[in-house]
Write a protein that binds this ligand. Structure first.
Ligand code: NAD
Length: 509
């Protein structure tokens, strides 16, 4: 089914388009911006360069702030502060560290509106998404505060005659962290919470496009947590990010971002045999079997494929549906997608789709759509950019997509869902696994056998059954193959950010 390309979605560009009593940035301006400068050793300091980076609101295309373009020298100062702080932080007890993490959670909770406003202004994301990000951020700190007190290691014992072994769990030291723009505060929290909980200190580089909420966090925790355990250096990946990967006093570098950035970090880190933790891109298949609740599957894709305007590494963006129900499923999906409301965060509580983060990204998504159209693919709904200002793309479904089409294999990272068909379970599994990515997938079926046998055959770090994009702090998040390695969230993240030491005591003498 193809809807005509007119009046498919509601588009709200400003409060004037909408009379409901809604959240609005307009009512709370000026923005509660953090101070400029890098956050090093517990306070904001000027950078060693006078160069600045503009921070743009993607709904208006206006510059809303500017931050320091950090240098290798700025990273070096931050690492010095982190090394000094880690000496005392690393020997605190789990209870003491947990109190600091709970304090950070309380500080964020007490300032949640400021975080939501900043995050929406910097990314253009709807307030509902920003609210969810902040709630999840708070929960991440609370979870890690508790989880870090439960950590155990292998029991000690006598494994060689006359010798007793003790297994110690230690922090790794200073951790370099590099975060992306799609969930700036939440992705920072996924790193900061377990890394501090495990007794390490941090030098963090936020995305140059979205540094504001991370700097706000630094401003609000300054003087309330030990100086130097959390340092923030703003700047570009090729300078600040690369120095983090290269610095000899950094023991581990953790990056959430694209595959290309992950490869660059791993390559640099290899020179100092640094540990690397990579959460990279994804292209999640959504496998819909003929017995599935097709309405539920379509509603699931509406939410999980278009959340955060599809700028989500786990987005439900690649549907593989059994050929016998493809037409019916696509009709449900198109109907669902036609109810999405596109607009600026201040334009109404019902806005669900914001803009692409930047002009270059906006252009990339448009190029992918143009390529799909030029290849004759069927645009079932959407398919174009909206008129500016702002980097808005219509929520799009492309159906009847042939196997191997670029739009169904490359990460688009926008509000674009493709629909392919399969004819057997074996084909569904093979096609789903035919991807360089291995972050997440979902399976939709009412068959209890398929609900276990298919996930076991899928090469993805998370597989949902009759659901998609539901996360919890207790369970790990991370990929296989090109999506990277290492785990965020859960006790597994605490494992990744600590090291074990074996002490063997000879008492036979
Ligand atoms: P990006 O790779 O462009 O940037 C991410 C971070 O890496 C930024 O801070 C950037 O400055 C830095 N960086 C870039 N080049 C670098 C280099 N050579 N050395 C060191 N650092 C460098 O990614 P993005 O566009 O900000 O985010 C989108 C990507 O992130 C998507 O591919 C998405 O799938 C991925 N992502 C993955 C997860 C996950 O959990 N797996 C979560 C969110 C986003």
């Amino acid at each position: 089914m193809t809807l005509t390309n007119t009046e498919q979605f509601s588009v709200r560009r400003s409060r004037a388009d909408h009379s409901a009593d809604d959240h609005s940035l307009a009512g709370v301006l000026p923005l509660p911006l953090p101070p400029g400068g890098h956050f090093i050793g517990g306070s904001f300091v000027p950078g060693s360069s006078t160069q600045l980076i503009d921070v743009v609101d993607p709904t208006t295309e206006q510059v809303i702030a500017s931050v320091q373009a950090g240098t290798a020298a700025d990273v070096d100062s931050a690492v010095d502060a982190a090394v000094a702080a880690q000496k005392s932080w690393g020997v605190t007890t789990p209870k003491e560290r947990s109190e600091v993490l709970n304090l950070i959670a309380n500080i964020i909770e007490a300032n949640r509106e400021a975080f939501e406003i900043i995050e929406s202004a910097n990314t253009g994301k709807p307030r509902t998404v920003a609210e969810d990000d902040v709630s999840s951020t708070i929960d991440t700190f609370r979870f890690m505060a508790g989880a870090s007190r439960t950590l155990t290691s292998m029991a000690g014992g006598d494994y060689a005659s006359g010798h007793t072994s003790v297994i110690l769990r230690e922090p790794v030291g200073v951790v370099g962290v590099i975060t992306p723009w799609n969930y700036p505060l939440l992705m920072a929290a996924w790193k900061i919470a377990p890394i501090l909980a495990a007794g390490n200190s941090i030098v963090l580089k936020p995305s140059e496009q979205t540094p504001l909420s991370t700097l706000k966090l630094a401003e609000l925790v300054a003087g309330r947590i030990p100086d130097g355990i959390l340092n923030v250096v703003t700047g570009q990946g090729r300078t600040v990010g690369q120095r983090l990967a290269d610095h000899p006093d950094i023991a581990l570098v953790a990056l959430t971002g694209s595959v290309v950035s992950g490869q660059a970090v791993a390559e640099t880190a290899a020179k100092s045999v640094k540990r690397v933790h990579l959460e990279l891109g994804g292209k999640a298949p959504v496998v819909v079997f003929p017995d599935a609740d097709l309405r539920a599957a379509a509603a699931g894709v509406r939410n999980a494929g278009f959340w955060n305007a599809g700028q989500d590494c786990g987005a439900a963006c690649r549907v593989l549906v059994h050929e016998s129900v493809a037409e019916e499923f696509t009709e449900h999906l198109v109907r669902e997608v036609s109810t999405l409301v596109v607009g600026a965060p201040g334009a109404g509580n019902d806005v669900e789709i914001g803009p692409m983060i930047s002009h270059p990204h906006f252009e990339r998504v448009q190029e992918s759509l143009a390529e799909a159209k030029a290849a004759g693919l069927n645009v079932a709904i959407g398919g174009s950019a909206l008129e500016g200002p702002g980097y808005f793309i219509e929520p799009t479904v492309i159906s009847h997509v042939p196997a191997g089409a670029p739009i169904a294999t490359q990460e688009i990272f926008g509000p674009v869902v493709t629909v392919e068909t399969f004819s057997s379970t074996e084909e569904a599994v093979t096609r789903a696994n035919e991807s360089p990515y291995g972050l997440s997938a979902s399976v939709w079926t009412r068959d209890s056998g398929l609900s276990l046998s298919v996930p076991k055959q899928l090469d993805f770090g998370t597989v949902w059954v009759n659901s998609h994009l539901v996360l919890a702090c207790e369970v790990p998040w991370g990929g296989f193959k090109g999506s990277g390695y290492g785990r965020d969230l859960s006790l597994y993240a605490l494992d990744d950010y600590s090291r074990t030491k074996h002490v063997m005591i000879n008492h036979s003498a």
